[in-house]
Design a protein around this ligand. Structure first.
Ligand code: PLP
Length: 394
């Protein structure tokens, strides 16, 4: 099997699995218990927090909160700031966010919040002039993702956060960095010092599903989301997931140890795949190809074919890819991201996302380049749109 769906989830790194193992067997204690071996668990959690804080350039380890996933982290931000700042009721976000932000914003809109939805242009970029115009002194929160899960397009969040703070230092800035974490540099004491909240999720970088995190800049007004025990400095009740916390910290270390090589290899393989597809298949374009993109993501629009058909054929060829975000593939709704980018109808439905990881090999890319053109050619033979486009009689 060739797995090119790493923006949906990733394989667990053997090093991460090994780091977690003792915490499933010998060290199963509740970190809140008083005996010494349990307090050792609490110390390990703090060590893990320090590793992650260092990775993102947080000034204090206490600014890292452990959650169950990025969806929870995003919900925490919106719910927490709304409760802590009841007098501000204006939110700014984009039309291309993941549903874990989009749907939360729609929910707040239904309960009376005003939400400004920023659109993107044909290349997937935001319009900075429009952004500056919609910021207001009473804006509660700006939530703009760091990198898009479908296209890999990177938004200039450091700059956007700086502009928000210049408008009013009390405007809060959140970025969903679920896709970019460990792939793009994040320095919250450096260029990203205007960012107050960062969401991330371990399963996007070789940790099991079920562990995530949220950076909350010290002093930022935000109420708890999961109300319960005193864990996580009272910001999130619930017994800590010790093995997964340890595993996620190990995944961060691993990403640091091999970062330069991993990024260089992924970029080289992604570019090879892109070049090969453009050379071998006519009527193909790269969604977001003109914008700055993450090194591992390639979203290909194949005109005149149907995405689901491509995925089935790829599956039969042993290749796992995706036609949109994992949460929406399986429905025939066109991708909201590609719709926002005004990708033409004949291309939107034939768009496929290949997303690579540190484990993707050159041979795997060669195999995709061998099989993908035939799949598209065969599907086009069956497509009425292709007939129309080429005037071929049926
Ligand atoms: N945000 C983005 C940008 C994502 O890509 C995803 C998952 O694909 C999520 C949030 C949700 O992550 P999780 O599955 O950890 O809740």
């Amino acid at each position: 099997m060739i797995y090119l769906d790493n923006n949906a989830t990733t394989a667990i790194a053997p090093e991460v699995r090994d780091a977690m193992q003792p915490y499933f067997e010998e060290f199963y204690f509740n970190p809140s218990s008083a005996y010494q071996i349990a307090t050792e668990m609490a110390k390990q959690i703090e060590a893990a927090r320090t590793v992650i804080a260092r990775h993102v350039g947080a000034a204090n380890a206490s600014e890292i909160l452990f959650t169950s996933c990025a969806t929870e982290s995003n919900n925490h931000v919106f719910s927490g700031v709304a409760k802590a700042n009841p007098n501000r009721r204006h939110i700014i976000t984009t039309t291309v966010e993941h549903p874990a932000v989009l749907e939360v914003c729609k929910d707040l809109q239904r309960s009376g919040y005003e939400v400004t939805w920023l659109n993107v242009d044909r290349s997937g970029r935001l319009n900075l002039r429009e952004y500056v115009q919609v910021l207001r002194p009473n804006t509660l929160l700006v939530s703009i993702m760091h990198a898009n899960n479908e296209t890999g397009i990177v938004f200039p969040v450091a700059r956007l956060a700086r502009i928000a703070k210049e408008t009013d230092p009390n405007i809060l800035f959140h970025t969903d960095a679920t896709q970019s974490m460990t792939k793009l540099p994040i320095n919250l004491s450096g260029e990203m010092r205007g960012v107050d909240f960062v969401s991330f999720s371990g399963h996007k970088f070789h940790t099991p599903k079920g562990i995530g995190g949220l950076y909350i800049r010290r002093g930022t007004p935000c109420r708890p989301f999961l109300i319960g025990g005193h864990q996580e400095s009272g910001l999130r009740g619930g017994t800590e997931n010790v093995p997964y916390i340890i595993g996620m910290a190990r995944a961060f270390e691993l990403a640091e140890e091999t970062h330069a090589e991993d990024i260089a290899r992924m970029t080289q393989l992604r570019d090879k795949l892109q070049r090969g597809i453009l050379e071998r298949i006519p009527h193909v374009e790269i969604n977001g190809g003109e914008a700055e993109r993450m090194p591992n993501t390639l979203n290909v629009a194949c005109h005149y074919v149907e995405g689901e058909g491509i995925l089935f054929q790829l599956n039969d060829a042993g290749i796992c890819a995706s036609s949109g975000s994992a949460c929406t593939s399986g429905s025939l709704e066109p991708s909201h991201v590609l719709t926002a980018m005004q990708v033409p109808f004949t291309a939107m439905h034939g768009s496929v996302r290949f997303s690579l990881s540190r484990y993707t090999t050159d041979t795997e890319i060669d195999t995709v380049l061998e099989k993908f053109p035939t799949i598209i050619a065969n599907l086009r033979q069956l497509s009425p749109y292709w007939d129309q486009a080429t005037n071929a009689p049926r």
